[in-house]
Design a binder for this molecule. Structure first.
Ligand code: EPZ
Length: 430
């Protein structure tokens, strides 16, 4: 089984190019089927989740042409089925965006109940509530969510919780509904805005994305477009924290600094220097990090997808820090793994109390999910000695060429498949 082998102790130094945002790409790829004309998507991240979604789209007759690694042409004119089932689609969360997209276009869709990272209970009641408000019947049976409507008409939806997934899904379903839809208490994440911009470039009429209230005026049909996905806020944030934890000096390039503000603010608070330019952010960490408190919140708050990475940093800071997870209830599964590396963390309900230690030590650990896996890689890069990380398939869901990008910053990390590979790695790194 493939693992990462890491020899820690090198400060990360240099520049790294950030790719397109996975969580924007997933919604945008699904939304591309809503026109019969061809759509060209650029800056698509080549990660497992986007590839699984493209495979699901091909299974119903969508024509996908890879122009190059990060550019794809999509044509949904010849869709020949509205049922998307199968083991592969259950492994990702974003399959459900095809429900909103196909319901919006064909007024009917059946999609396997979504999977995704196991970070707590992940209900879809707000998606269903939104579809119903647009006049659809929604039923869950035999592992499928079925949505169907004679006519979709605009509706007024107040989301009970701020949810990225439901905001984007309902937006897609509403784009060609008759009349006006209003989504209140909408999520404001950059990827919500990116999806709205993409749909608008196809002829949709969406206003207010990025605020609490999104207004959508239904249009008859959508047309083809060419669109570039925004940079990945979380990939960028992960490299920024990798710089902090290894006491390095890293410039993340091709980013939108505004999207990184909550991350930059915390890095400054714990003692890093952060320099912003138009499309890059440099993080320099030259001394031991300070402790702090942080609570995950919907955008523009500190992202839940950065919670494990900041916890790894605070685990090495001076003093006691408190991390509160307010979005998902089971997102501290990495704590046991980090404890094997010498961290001192106590979890009480949705709060982690972290007593900073002087050092982590290399250990054999397992990635419990995508972001936690990436955070454990960062811990390994800072640790004394060798760390091996299993279940790297989780990390590959959302980070393109993670080991290669880290190596350009001076990290010693490799994918190994056998004990022999691991021994060779150990000999090489000394
Ligand atoms: C998206 O998940 C992302 N996934 C997650 O990224 C991210 O952690 C999350 O948004 C929050 O930013 C994708 O975009 C594919 P939510 P999503 O709907 O849409 C509750 C990663 O690592 N809720 O914003 O599933 C829910 O339980 C992944 O890249 C309901 O109660 O998240 C949670 O507490 C992991 N009912 C909160 O809302 C619903 O119908 C926010 O969830 C929907 C959600």
């Amino acid at each position: 089984m493939e693992q990462y082998a890491i020899k820690g102790g090198n400060p990360l130094v240099g520049e790294v190019e950030i790719g397109g945002a996975k969580n924007a790409a997933l919604a945008i790829l699904a939304a591309s089927v809503m026109t019969d004309e061809t759509v060209l998507i650029e800056n698509m991240p080549d990660v497992r989740d986007t590839n699984v979604l493209l495979q699901a789209m091909e299974s119903i007759g969508v024509i996908i042409e890879r122009v190059d690694r990060h550019t794809v042409k999509i044509n949904g004119a010849h869709i020949n089925g509205l049922v998307i089932d199968g083991d592969y689609i259950k492994r990702i969360r974003a399959g459900y965006y095809l429900l909103g997209a196909l319901l919006g276009k064909y007024k009917k869709a059946e999609v396997a109940f979504p999977g995704g990272c196991n970070i707590g209970s992940r209900p879809i009641d707000q998606h269903i509530k939104g579809f119903k408000a647009l006049g659809a019947n929604v039923d869950i049976a035999h592992g499928l969510i079925k949505a169907e409507a004679e006519h979709l008409r605009g509706g007024h939806i107040y989301m009970d919780v701020v949810t990225v997934g439901a905001t984007m899904n309902v937006m897609m379903a509403a784009v060609m509904a008759e009349g006006q839809t209003i989504i209140e208490n909408a999520a404001k994440e950059p990827h919500v805005v990116d999806l709205a911009n993409f749909l608008n470039s196809m002829g949709a009429n969406i206003r207010g994305a990025g605020t609490d209230v999104i207004r959508i005026k239904g249009v008859q049909k959508l047309h083809g477009t060419e669109y570039t996905i925004i940079p990945d806020q979380i990939e960028a944030g992960t490299f920024m924290f990798a710089a902090a934890v290894t006491r390095g000096d890293v410039t993340v390039k091709n980013v939108i600094p505004k999207h990184l503000e909550s991350i930059s603010a915390k890095l400054i608070e714990i003692g890093c220097e952060v320099e912003e330019s138009d499309d890059a952010v440099r993080v320099v960490a030259s001394k031991r990090l300070n402790h702090t408190q942080v609570k995950t919140l919907p955008y523009p708050g500190f992202p839940t997808d950065m919670q494990p990475q900041i916890a790894v940093a605070l685990g090495l800071s001076s003093g006691t820090s408190i991390v509160t997870e307010s979005i998902f209830e089971n997102r501290f599964k990495y704590v046991d793994e980090l404890t094997r590396m010498g961290a001192s963390i106590k979890v009480e309900s949705n709060t982690a109390i972290i007593d900073g230690v002087d050092r982590y030590t290399g250990a054999s650990i397992t990635a419990p999910d995508l972001r936690a896996g990436a955070a454990l890689v960062i811990a390994g890069l800072a640790a004394e000695g060798i760390t091996t990380i299993d279940e790297i398939r989780y990390i590959e869901r959302g980070y393109e060429d993670f080991p290669q990008k880290l190596r350009t910053l001076g990290a010693q990390i490799e994918v190994v498949d056998t004990e022999k590979d691991l021994q060779k790695f150990k000999l090489r790194v000394g």
